[in-house]
Design a protein around this ligand. Structure first.
Ligand code: ADP
Ligand code: MG
Length: 364
């Protein structure tokens, strides 16, 4: 028997076939497939789970099946991609199909779903702040569900953040109410929620990362007020009990975030820190630690898959003997790649889409 593991990876050059080579779970070989969200077409059946057709990759990894169309019925997922990015790029419906099928995943699909929206994550951070007080120094924030409620603001200068965007996108520094009024008039054209918080005059921003039980902390310095835009200098920072508390707390959210990172700011004038946000499964890695961190991710997948497949579970109901789902799923157990199921073929990845995906990956 073989276990089918589907990796959803934004960066086409990251090679999960290699990172996970030779993996076995409970004596069974793990068959890895890797694709970007834009290459995946899914049909979810109540009896047979998810049938995924993976379009040939635009930049196939050498020596892998990525240059062909593949059909798989995944047993487990590993998600290393944001679900939504820029210019309306949105793979939530694919995420829902995986959730429909109850597919086990790292991070869990439920946690990925909850992390889709910044106010939901902030709500969790606020609970931690109420529980831990100054030991969990969360930045105060105001949420405006629409432009009409954009009336009362924090003190200026402030930072306004629009919608779910990552990687510095959708964030603007505003110096007075004239600028805020202009900004509000722009927001009136968008259905996105907006938040506002005081601008912190920071000397370095802080990233505390957790992958399974492996922790790292970094300080980042940047001449831009957005520390994750342009070129920044990233230094290793000691993993203090304070940082550990922040990230351990965040790792409990939404049933548990196996992979997560807390972003915070340090203000030089009074040596205070301000927690900004929690990033989930698609955290960007610091280049020099990538090989090690990918090994930590491998360990994590092994641990989670072993726990999942060794847990007692309900008997699978008898399978129907006919129908497209049955035919495709049955074919998964053969060595040959079957024809795709009926339905629309996955859209070919276009260069613009590929570029946007890459951009989304540089979340910091
Ligand atoms: N309130 C703030 N005051 C000063 N700088 C901020 C503030 N909020 C964000 N920044 C800067 O912008 C960067 C991006 O903001 P963040 O909230 O982490 O969103 P994302 O990383 O998802 O775009 C932060 O790393 C920080 O450098
Ligand atoms: Mg951030």
């Amino acid at each position: 028997m073989v276990k089918h593991l589907l990796i959803i990876e934004t960066t086409p050059t990251v090679n999960w076939y290699r990172i996970l080579a030779g993996m076995h779970i409970l004596g069974e070989e793990v068959h890895v497939e890797q694709a970007q969200y834009s290459e995946i077409s899914v049909t979810a059946y109540s009896d047979m789970g998810c049938v995924c057709v993976l379009a040939p990759a635009r930049q196939p990894l050498e020596g892998t099946p990525q240059n062909t169309e593949r059909t798989i019925n995944p047993d487990f997922l590993f998600v290393r991609s944001v679900t939504r990015a820029l210019e309306g790029q949105d793979s939530r419906n694919i995420l829902y199909a995986f959730m429909f099928s109850g597919l086990p995943s790292v991070n869990s699909l439920e946690s990925i779903y909850c992390c889709l929206e910044r106010p939901i994550v902030y709500g969790e951070l606020l609970k931690s702040h109420k529980k831990l007080g100054d030991r969990f120094p969360l930045i105060p924030q105001t949420l405006y569900p629409n432009f009409r409620s954009m009336i009362i603001t924090p003190e200026y200068p402030l930072v306004a953040k629009v919608g779910h965007a990552h990687a510095g996108y959708g964030k603007i520094k505003l110096h007075d109410h004239h600028q805020f009024e202009d900004f509000r008039s722009v927001c009136a054209l968008s259905p996105a929620y907006v938040s506002a918080e005081p601008f912190i005059d920071w000397d370095y921003d802080i990233r505390v990362q957790k992958i399974g039980n492996h922790y790292r902390a970094f300080h980042r310095r940047n001449p831009n007020w957005k520390g994750n835009v342009g070129s920044s200098i990233i230094e290793d920072a000691p993993m203090t009990p304070e940082y550990q508390l922040w990230v351990d707390e965040a790792a409990t959210y939404f049933g548990g975030l196996d992979i997560c990172a807390v972003d915070a700011l340090h203000r030089k004038s009074d040596d205070k820190c301000f927690i900004l946000e929690v990033n989930d499964t698609a955290i960007g890695l610091v280049h020099k630690y990538e090989p090690e961190d990918y090994q930590h991710m491998r360990e994590l997948i092994e641990t989670r898959m072993t726990a999942y497949f060794s847990a007692p579970r309900q008997q699978v109901p008898p399978q129907p003997t006919a129908g497209p789902a049955t035919a495709v799923a049955a074919a998964q157990n053969t060595a040959d790649v079957p024809a795709p199921p009926p339905g629309p073929a996955p859209a070919a990845a276009d260069p613009a889409t590929a570029g946007r995906k890459k951009l989304a990956c540089s979340i910091a």
